[in-house]
Design a protein around this ligand. Structure first.
Ligand code: G4P
Length: 522
């Protein structure tokens, strides 16, 4: 029945990094090397760079940032590459983590001078939990930075992944001459391009030419390469896919060096979309009937229209705009006339999408985060996990006459996955506690309660920073500890809140019998 003819293989990945490691710069450089098919949402622009401003909420406009997790789709060497954006900076939120449920691999971008940083570690933990293979890119090698062996050691020690460099730098950080391609033994010379604005062809040469060109520095790089091999740090596809090793590249996103190598590695080594496990334990093969799951829902993007956009990853089959799918949670038909590939101001219809692609479904009022839609044979995918909150606040309606609207709004935002809502008998039904991964989530809740439910609220931040899952039979004992509060999340999980990690560690030390479980990325 399908009339589509797009059979280009897909790669769907995200970049995980700490703010300022160079994600925006790399995204632009990737787009430069490839042919952009559609920009689903904003690559948040900074400075002189082009910003795709989405029209969501005044707050977003005022800050000049994009709250949207979106996808950039481009073509490279006959492949379609989907780069799903992980919002960072101030807009770090649960969505940042959820995006990782929609990708098949991740590029971990590390600043050569700073090494692994906290946000990278948190995102990495989510990848590890989900078994997503990670390619590491050491960025900013054009600037003074850490020793490459030291960086490799810190990756191994801090995240337990064995680094298996595919390239090794020639010249230390700040004296970047190029890289030794460990698979071919070639030298890829670093050529500076003005401001990284143009795509420079790679200058490759053999070892003899490299030695003639950079002398001792080449010998040093070869020594490094041999040391790595002796240590067993060579790429192994099986351990990479199993999430035990990480191939490493060295580059400079700003100077466009290493960018083509990243794309080549994604095509060569990163996994294509594969079968997706369903909730009943079966798997849905990519060639099966159409199915997709929603990993993000965004409401109120357009105040005039009460827009509601659901972002879904296609898992199997072919999505064709206009097809009628079934919403697995309700069994109701779901029309897809308004599927879009491009968000923000520059929306465009998506006609077809294959496994690995991201579609935006407009006015998808019934769809919630984690929901499945499908055609043909029924399938339901497992829900997306909730993540470890690190920010907590009480919320109270300022006008008690708006209590009903407030309650309705809270229920809706909770269901949408905008925020986690915790309750306890002690605080009472009227005083829920909001729990978030990033503080921006509080502002979104406050703004949406006010604009969509006309229920202005007052938020008060609580001093807790850590949450652990407790078992029901130990909840009372944990709750009785000084500085600790136990609350129930809407999904029934009991969470114990702690002021900081030192207090938590002290409690664990003094009460070894307590079972305090880490939450994902906690
Ligand atoms: P982010 O999205 O991860 O937050 O990082 P972004 O790309 O905005 O990069 C942060 C800063 O690091 C920018 O400088 C950017 O130019 C610089 N940068 C990124 N990649 C490289 C690299 O490979 N080498 C060097 N030397 N610098 C790099 P900025 O001064 O903060 O911003 P801008 O004024 O250049 O836009």
């Amino acid at each position: 029945m399908s009339t589509h003819s797009d059979s280009r293989p897909r790669r769907t990945f995200a970049v995980i990094s700490h703010p300022d490691a160079g994600k925006s710069t790399l995204t632009e450089a990737l787009a430069l090397h490839a042919e952009v098919i559609g920009e689903a949402g904003a690559v948040h622009g900074k400075g002189h760079r082009k910003a795709t401003v989405s029209d969501w909420m005044e707050m977003e406009k005022a800050r000049g940032i994009s709250i949207t997790s979106a996808a950039l789709q481009f073509e490279y060497e006959g492949h379609v590459v989907n780069l799903v954006d992980t919002p960072g900076h101030a807009d770090f939120s649960e969505d940042t983590y959820r995006v990782l449920s929609a990708v098949d691999s991740a590029v971990m971008l590390v600043d050569a001078a700073k090494g692994l940083e906290p946000q990278t570690l948190k995102l990495f933990q989510v990848c590890a939990h989900r078994g997503i293979p990670v390619v590491t890119v050491i960025n900013k090698w054009d600037r003074p930075g850490l020793d490459p062996f030291g960086l490799m050691d810190s990756i191994q020690q801090q995240i337990g992944l064995r680094p298996t460099p595919l390239t090794w730098p020639v010249g230390e950080a700040g004296d970047f001459r190029g890289v030794l391609d460990r698979r071919s033994g070639d030298y890829i010379a670093y050529t500076r391009t003005a401001g990284g604005a143009t795509k420079a062809p790679e200058k490759r040469m053999d070892a003899a030419a490299a030695r003639a060109s950079v002398g001792d520095l080449w010998d040093e790089a070869e020594e490094g390469h041999e040391l790595l091999s002796m240590d067993g740090a060579d790429h192994d596809q099986e351990t990479f896919l199993a999430g035990r090793t990480t191939p490493v590249l060295f580059g400079s996103a700003l100077q466009n060096f290493g960018v083509a190598q990243i794309l080549d590695i994604l095509l060569d080594l990163a996994p294509p979309p594969g079968p997706t496990p369903a909730v009943d334990g079966s798997v849905r093969e990519v060639g099966d009937d159409f199915s997709a799951f929603v990993f993000k829902v965004q409401s109120g993007m357009n105040a005039a229209h009460r827009d509601r956009l659901a972002y879904a990853r296609v898992c199997s089959g072919v999505f064709e705009r206009g097809m009628v799918a079934t919403h697995a949670a309700t069994g109701r038909p779901f029309t897809t006339k308004y599927a879009q590939a491009v968000f923000g101001r520059e929306r465009a219809s998506v006609e077809i999408a294959l496994p690995g692609d991201i579609i935006g479904l407009v006015n998808a009022h019934a769809l919630r985060v984690g929901d499945t839609i499908h055609a043909g044979r029924a399938v339901t995918y497992p829900p997306i996990a909730s993540f470890a909150p690190e920010h907590f606040a009480t919320v109270a309606v300022t006008d008690t006459g708006r209590w009903k609207q407030f309650r309705k709004g809270m229920e809706q935002l909770d269901q949408e996955g905008v925020i986690q809502v915790l309750r306890s008998e002690l605080r009472g039904e009227h005083a829920p506690v909001l729990a978030a991964v990033g503080p921006m989530q509080f502002e979104v809740v406050q703004a949406r309660l006010e604009s969509e439910y006309q229920a202005p609220v007052r938020l008060e931040h609580l001093h807790y920073q850590m949450a652990r899952r407790v078992e029901p039979e130990q909840a009372a004992e944990v709750g009785a500890l000084r500085d600790v509060e136990v609350m129930t999340r809407t999904d029934g999980t009991l969470l114990a809140l702690f002021p900081d990690k030192w207090r938590l560690q002290a409690i664990e030390r003094l009460n070894p019998h307590l079972r305090l479980h880490s939450l994902v990325a906690g």
